[in-house]
Write a protein that binds this ligand. Structure first.
Ligand code: CUO
Length: 695
């Protein structure tokens, strides 16, 4: 891996610029920050003799002459034959094994090219020739992992590829308004509210969750930070397989909580088989941004079909076979290795190994040939139901792309299937016993939810309007800003007062774990602990120091280690930059859950939840290593560092409790280091202006 040489400001600006207008040649990029001047052999032959004339024509109305310039040099260009297999107009998919391998090789090229000036030249050379999304993914991943570039704030994916986040109709109107309206009078293009919340059919009620820009960005970021292919040091991260399970599992649990709030039952797992139908249809309304084609939808009750993509045949039987082999390995307690040996599933690493088998990470899966590629090919199969044999040369649907997959209701059902396999494994593990769950000497006396320092029994959610500038991702349009305006969920911030007692004579360091658990199901029937624990969502986890005697730990919701603040997760990066500089570690870790989606939506009448607080001795949780990530991140570890909590992810709600603990009260009554309080989440059906709303 490249080690810490400094990068010049011009190089940094140029690297950032390469993400703009992904379909335009580099010499036409329109940002005023930097003008990239490249030698003719760097661009495609069809442009090389026209470069100057075209660029001049394009810049006629701009002050391009004043723009600082960076001059790139020619290199001995590597062969890109391997990557040209993905056509410029094809949809690049991280779920498609040949695409992943190509991306892995490209990441490796970007990771190992030194110095930065050569990386810049190589990146431009690749940008001009390769599939835009493949290029963007590989360069993002490499820049985030190189020690000399990981501090760079890479423009958000929704800025670079707005067509993957906003309906085609809005993107078209943006183009129109650029030409019809002067910059000062340019209205923001509004996304209709029915795109956010609609009662026309039950599943459309969940649009606000599934189509949230930052929710989808979060998913993309996670997959960039945890790439499945590439150099080993990039792929093999601490507890990566377990984190794959945990991150997706928490998404599903959150989705189920929000479903309960809007009156829908939790999603059912999806059995992909010829004897079954895919009940939920979905129409994305998105443009592919490649070849300007709509991305195909899927009608209700579509048939599952075997898929032949680029000669790679994915059958429903094969998916089932792979999943059954993993289920078998769980019931036997070991993984069958390629050399006829076996690897025992242990308490320490079993979940991580199962996660790697399921995600079908060919580098980390202990026997990829045997356990296969179930999770990824589920995505592929679901993405190609409309044209399984490529008869009509249609692009795959949104389930084939990590930036869009979470928009589709079927995503949650497929991931629940994956999730239940891990749950099968967790169910084979011994119950937690007293020594796992207690925190000697420490008790939680009371938990209060507060607003402005006063105890409350209700929290509110509401709609908020904000704008996002999409000009950076509009090829062959103007460089001036044009905004899309949309509604998203938000909530009132709050804090927790956790009154604790330390009965020992010494100050003690503890981990504080905060969870939110629904009291009832979608029919308002109370649920027992077994059901609750599959719906419990982790809200925060931090380390606190508790003095002897009684004291109060105060924790603000906006300080949660789970979430990324609205400013930093919001795609309007230029505004985020004004809000403050980030440290090197923070710039790495931008994949928290969006803070504006921290609370489930609740309902007009209020939905009851328990806030569950648990203290555990930090001595038992801490990781013995110099390279421990700070506790600022629950969803992603930091590069080269250990995940900061030694307990299993989802602890203590990852395993079935002892038979005498049937209700949440039984748990809290047994352990005085745990406590709950009730809170009602009430949705105010009102709309407020957000920080980035132009009015
Ligand atoms: Cu993230 Cu299936 O792994 O979507």
């Amino acid at each position: 891996m490249v080690e810490g040489k400094r990068i010049t400001q011009e190089e940094e600006k140029a690297l950032r610029e390469l993400f703009s207008c992904p379909g335009m040649p580099v010499f036409l990029l329109k940002n005023k920050d930097i003008d990239i001047v490249c030698p003719p052999d760097m661009v495609q032959a069809r442009y090389s003799d026209k470069m100057e004339a075209i660029a001049f024509k394009f810049a006629e109305d701009s002050d391009a002459d004043e723009t600082p310039k960076i001059y790139l040099k020619s290199l001995k260009w590597p062969s890109l034959q391997f990557a040209l297999k993905i056509d410029k107009n094809e949809a690049f998919s991280l779920f498609h094994a040949p695409h992943r391998q190509i991306a892995g090789k490209l990441i490796e090229m970007f990771m190992t090219t030194e110095p930065i000036s050569d990386l810049l030249s190589l990146a431009v050379y690749c940008r001009e020739r390769l599939n835009a999304f493949l290029f963007s993914y590989a360069l993002t991943t490499a820049l985030m992992h190189r020690s000399d570039t990981k501090h760079i704030r890479i423009p958000d994916i929704s800025e670079n590829f707005p067509a993957k986040f906003h309906p085609k109709s809005a993107i078209n109107k943006c183009r129109e308004t650029i030409y019809l309206n002067p910059k000062q009078k340019r209205p923001a293009i509004q996304i209709p509210f029915e795109n956010v919340m609609s009662n026309v059919s039950p599943e459309l009620k969940m649009n606000y969750f599934r189509e949230d820009i930052c929710v989808n960005q979060h998913h993309w970021h996670w997959h960039v930070i945890y790439p499945a292919e590439g150099p080993l040091e990039v792929v093999k991260k601490d507890r990566r397989g377990e984190l794959f399970y945990y991150m997706h599992n928490q998404i599903i649990r959150r989705y189920d909580n929000d479903r309960i709030c809007v009156g829908l039952s939790p999603v059912l797992p999806l059995e992909i088989s010829h004897f079954n139908k895919c009940e939920e249809g979905y129409y994305p309304k998105l443009d592919s941004s490649l070849g300007s084609r709509y991305i195909a939808g899927r009608p209700d009750f579509a048939d599952f079909q075997d898929v032949n993509q680029d000669g790679l045949v994915v059958t429903t039987q094969k998916l089932e076979l792979w999943l059954n082999r993993i289920r078998n390995c769980i019931s036997k307690g070991y993984i069958e290795l390629e050399d006829d040996k076996v690897l025992k599933l242990t308490l320490e690493t079993g979940c991580d190994e199962i996660g790697n088998l399921l995600e079908a990470n060919s580098t980390l899966s202990k026997n990829y040939g045997f356990y296969g590629d179930a999770h990824n090919y589920g995505h592929i199969l679901l993405a190609n139901m409309h044209d399984p044999n490529q008869t009509y040369k249609e692009l795959p649907g949104i389930m084939g792309d990590v930036t869009t997959a979470m928009r589709d209701p079927i995503f949650y059902r497929w991931h629940k299937t994956i999730d239940l396999v891990v749950q099968d494994y967790k169910n084979t593990l011994p119950h937690y016993v007293k020594k796992d769950l207690q925190c000697p000497g420490l008790s939680v006396k009371k938990v209060e939810v507060c607003r402005h320092g006063k105890s409350v029994d209700e929290l509110n959610t509401f709609w908020e309007i904000d704008d996002v500038d999409v000009s950076r991702g509009l090829d062959f349009a103007s460089s001036e800003s044009v905004f899309v305006q949309f509604k998203h969920l938000n909530h009132t911030n709050f804090s927790l007062d956790i009154k604790v007692q330390n009965k020992s004579k010494d100050t003690q360091k503890v981990s504080v774990r905060i969870w939110l658990i629904p009291e009832t199901d979608n029919s308002k029937n109370p649920i027992n602990l077994a059901r609750m624990q599959n719906l419990a969502i982790e809200m925060d986890k931090f380390v606190a120091t508790v003095k002897p005697g009684e004291s109060t730990i105060n924790r603000k919701s906006c300080d949660s280690n789970l979430t990324l603040s609205f400013e930093r997760s919001f795609p309007n990066r230029y505004k985020a930059e004004k809000i403050g500089k980030v440290t090197e570690d923070e710039s790495w870790c931008t994949c928290g859950w969006p803070h504006h989606m921290y609370l489930p939506i609740g309902s007009i009448d209020g939905i009851q939840f328990f806030v569950f607080v648990m203290l555990t001795p930090f001595e038992k949780d801490k990781v013995e290593s110099k390279d421990v990530a700070s506790d600022t991140s629950i969803y992603c570890g930091l590069k080269d560092k250990k995940y900061p909590d030694r307990r299993p992810m989802n602890f203590p709600f990852d395993r079935i409790f002892d038979t005498d603990i049937k209700e949440l009260d039984d748990l809290v009554d047994t352990y005085d280091n745990m406590a709950t309080t009730k809170i009602s989440i009430r949705h105010l059906n009102e709309t407020r202006s957000g920080k980035f709303c132009s009015g």
